[in-house]
Design a protein around this ligand. Structure first.
Ligand code: FAD
Ligand code: NAI
Length: 468
């Protein structure tokens, strides 16, 4: 019987990174994956394919509407959706193969099959190739991720009523796409299909979009997306999705607070109302691992469940469902298992929405600081006043830095604008070093770069922005 120091169940960004780091530190590691390819939700049906389509659709839109502004005439622009999808599939394949390569390089054994925990130190795998294998192990890591959820009574067929997975593989551009949920998936996938020519209506239960985002930033994002043609029905609930007609789908909606119902006709509905931790068939109850009321696996600060030899990370545990958070937890748990001091700083986990413009956030929002009674200063700088943004023709948005009123320490940053997802890393590093806004402001930033907007926001915290 095979015996390991660590058996990881799930090869998403949490699981595969934990497996590699543990192997680097000298542990013998196997990683069980039931999907045909490695890389989990993120590489196969999440981050990577969605970003490939966001990139391609942005190119299409630029060619169709914006290149002429730059003096580039391209004649008639045609969409080849099949080629766009084929490119996305290639990008996914390159990434999943990359994980395969890394496993070989680091001597992690990939076990193809579905894992079930059959004891505190054993995982039984129903092998994809047939038969069963029992893996004995000192430690088990649950990294089984999450799955999309639907609304009561709404059946996902992945053709006309789709989750993000079906939304990444539509065979034609819908005339009218209704997105339920104005969160990460809804806004990113809504942007893709909107750029490719669909009318997009986003129905959101709350009276605002992206509930956890800094309020001013979310309002600005909504305004910009509306300018791009996306329609929002906020404070609205969907009570029925009727697919009985071959001609199209009919949604019944009503105000969330109650009121008259009305119908919306469309041809495709994307349900993007959140994800649930995935522990189906893992045998947690049998082995005594506790789950909370939302199906998540609670862990202590060493990622240990209530069963001492069983650990958990990523989307399956409480906290943000983000790939880089899962990766950092994977590194930390591997280091802890190898006797090192693994740690994740949850105060500095960036979050990015890859719309155009992007939104990058890290640390506290203004709403959170107000609720906590922390006095803070705000420094804000618009991209309209940044030379590089003007040169690039992408001036929507701003960089905003929140700093402690007394100490000037950076507490959070919210950037909506070109490359915001990349720009936010500067503030994440600054926060990890306990920087003040003045530290960022006094750091020399190359000219002309978008990062200068971040520097100017840091200057603005002290009321001394130079270019505004
Ligand atoms: P997962 O990636 O979900 O991997 C879990 C793996 O475990 C799966 O491959 C599953 O098949 C396997 N598994 C489950 N049970 C078993 C079992 N019993 N036996 C064997 N294998 C099993 N996050 C970002 O940070 N940035 C983004 O841009 C981003 N974009 C996204 C876009 C979409 C459309 C979606 C759906 C998600 C996106 N996310 C993004 C979220 C990100 O994908 C997740 O946070 C991340 O994948 C979580 O990693 P994980 O390792 O916890 O689990
Ligand atoms: P989400 O939590 O981001 O957004 C769900 C939205 O649906 C919320 O605004 C919520 O208020 C709304 N909602 C909930 N129930 C509703 C109902 N009945 N009717 C109307 N609206 C309703 O979830 P989403 O977009 O499904 O994404 C899941 C997770 O995947 C994200 O939370 C994020 O962690 C991850 N993700 C991350 C991305 C990134 O980092 N760029 C991209 C895509 C997904």
């Amino acid at each position: 019987m095979a015996s390991y120091d660590l058996v990881v169940i799930g090869s998403g960004p949490g699981g595969y990174v934990a497996a590699i780091r543990a192997a680097q530190l000298g542990l013998s590691v196997a990683c069980v994956e039931k999907r045909a390819t490695l890389g989990g939700t993120c590489l196969n049906i999440g981050c990577i394919p969605s970003k490939a389509l966001l990139q391609s659709s942005e190119r299409y839109e630029a060619a169709k509407h914006h290149l002429a502004d730059h003096g580039v005439q391209v004649g008639s622009v045609k969409l080849d959706l099949a080629q766009m999808m084929a490119r996305k599939d290639k990008v996914v394949e390159a990434n999943t193969k990359g994980v395969e390569f890394l496993f070989k390089k680091n001597k992690v054994r990939a076990v193809a099959g579905t894992g079930r925990i059959t004891g505190p130190n054993s995982v039984t795998v129903a092998l994809t190739a047939g038969g069963e294998e029992v893996l004995e192990t000192k430690a088990i890591l649950i990294a089984t991720g999450s799955d999309s959820v639907s609304l009561p009574g709404v059946e996902i067929d992945e053709e006309r009523v789709v989750s993000s997975t079906g939304g990444l593989t539509l065979k034609a551009v819908p005339k009218h796409l209704v997105v339920i949920g104005a969160g990460y998936i809804g806004l990113e996938m809504g942007s893709v299909w909107g750029r490719l020519g669909a009318e997009v209506t986003v129905v959101e239960y709350l009276d605002r979009i992206t509930p956890t985002m800094d309020g001013e930033t979310a309002k600005t994002l909504q305004r910009i997306l509306e300018k791009q043609g996306m329609k929002f029905r906020l404070g609205t609930k969907v009570t029925k999705v009727d697919t009985s007609s071959k001609k199209g789908v009919t949604l019944t909606v009503e105000p969330a607070a109650g009121g008259a119902a009305e119908t919306i006709a469309c041809d495709v509905v994307l349900v993007a109302v959140g994800r649930r931790p995935y522990v189906d068939g893992l045998g947690l109850a049998e082995v005594g691992v506790t789950v909370d009321e939302r199906g998540r696996v609670p862990v202590d600060h060493h990622f240990r469940t209530n069963v001492p030899s069983i650990f958990a990370i990523g989307d399956v545990i409480p906290g943000a469902m983000l790939a880089h958070k899962a990766e950092d937890e994977g590194v930390a748990v591997a280091e802890l298992l190898a006797g090192h001091a693994g740690h994740v700083n949850y105060d500095v986990i960036p979050a990015v929405i890859y719309t155009a413009p992007e939104v990058g956030s890290v640390g506290k929002t203004e709403e959170e600081l107000k609720a906590a009674g922390i006095a803070y200063k705000v420094g804000k700088f618009p991209f309209t006043a940044n030379g590089r943004a003007r040169a690039n023709g992408a001036t929507d948005g701003f960089a905003k830095i929140l700093a402690d009123k007394t100490t000037d320490r950076v507490l959070g940053a919210h950037i909506i604008g070109p490359e915001a997802g990349t720009l936010i890393a500067e503030i994440a590093v600054a926060m990890e070093f306990g920087a003040s806004a003045e530290d960022v402001a006094r750091t020399c930033h190359a000219h002309p770069t978008l990062n200068e907007a971040v520097k100017e926001a840091a200057l603005a915290v002290d009321g001394r922005a130079l270019h505004m």
